[in-house]
Design a protein around this ligand. Structure first.
Ligand SMILES: [Zn+2]
Length: 274
């Protein structure tokens, strides 16, 4: 902005430094106040940062309510298993849960339910929470409203037709969400779940003993524990190490005074919308 000659300095844009100061030049030119440049950039950066936080942080509430942890004032915890049903792991996990009288939540992939309907029915018959984890374990954050609706609604139908149960909860693959995910989940009356911690039990380099130790180390009051009874992309993926770790996980937690509770007790009442 030219500031010399007959043009008076614009209010708030005056050269207040002595001649020769960093922001003043002989001839009356005044650099724009740095904040005029920085503030819009900072705002844009903050918006991008907020969007990324809402997308990639599984417990972020930027795109709508999400349950990431229960109450922190008592030693209650919640087991969840994603990406099943799975022929080698889910039944074994059900046996362990039944022996220990421990409830859990299973976030199922629609295509896997279609492939292994008997296993899905056994999960339902055992009384565990059944949640929607999309049809094909697609990462949803770059998907549009139609595809997201299809992923959720097809899975909702498959779970209902297969198990006779109406899914009431949803967890996004990898926790990746966008506003269309929130809209589609709300239409189905879902509570959206994140998680308090995972232990990378889907990593092939992690042993059953590693999985057990990691859960023991990370467990804290109200924690929603993320484990995997299946593989989102391979219906027959090997999750036997998670199944093998589970008896120890439960024993360690109970020895430390924890009680595993049904995930449903964290689901706020949400009337279903058409
Ligand atoms: Zn998953």
């Amino acid at each position: 902005m030219k500031n010399g000659g007959s043009n008076p300095p614009a209010p708030g844009n005056r050269c207040v430094e002595p001649p020769g100061g960093a922001n003043c030049r002989p001839g009356g030119f005044v650099f724009p106040p740095p904040m005029a440049v920085i503030l819009p950039l900072a705002a844009a950066g903050a918006a991008v940062g907020a969007w990324a936080y809402g997308t990639y942080e599984p417990n972020s509430r930027i795109f709508g309510p999400v349950v990431g942890r229960g109450r922190r004032d008592s030693r209650l915890a919640y087991l969840t298993f994603d990406d099943g049903p799975n022929p080698d792991a889910t039944d074994r996990i059900l046996e362990t849960l039944a022996t220990a009288s421990v409830p859990a939540g299973f976030f199922m992939v629609g295509e896997h339910v279609r492939r292994f309907p008997d296993i899905a029915r056994r999960v339902a018959n055992a009384g565990h929470e059944i949640g929607n984890h999309t049809l094909r374990h697609r990462k949803l954050h770059f998907q549009g409203p139609r595809r997201i609706r299809e992923e959720l609604e097809r899975t909702h139908e498959i779970i209902g037709a297969t198990t006779g149960r109406t899914a009431k909860s949803f967890r996004a693959p990898h926790g990746y969400r966008n506003p269309f995910v929130t809209i589609a989940a709300r239409r189905l009356g879902y509570a959206v779940f994140g998680w308090t911690f995972g232990v990378w039990d889907s990593d092939p380099g992690v042993s059953a003993e590693d999985i057990r130790r990691r859960v023991q180390r990370k467990l804290r009051p109200g924690a929603i524990v993320l484990l995997h009874d299946g593989d989102g992309y391979d219906p027959e993926g090997d999750r036997r190490r998670t199944a093998a770790a589970l008896p120890g996980i439960i024993a360690d937690a109970q020895a430390a005074g924890y009680t595993f509770r049904p995930l449903a007790e964290l689901v706020p009442f949400q009337p279903r919308r058409s």
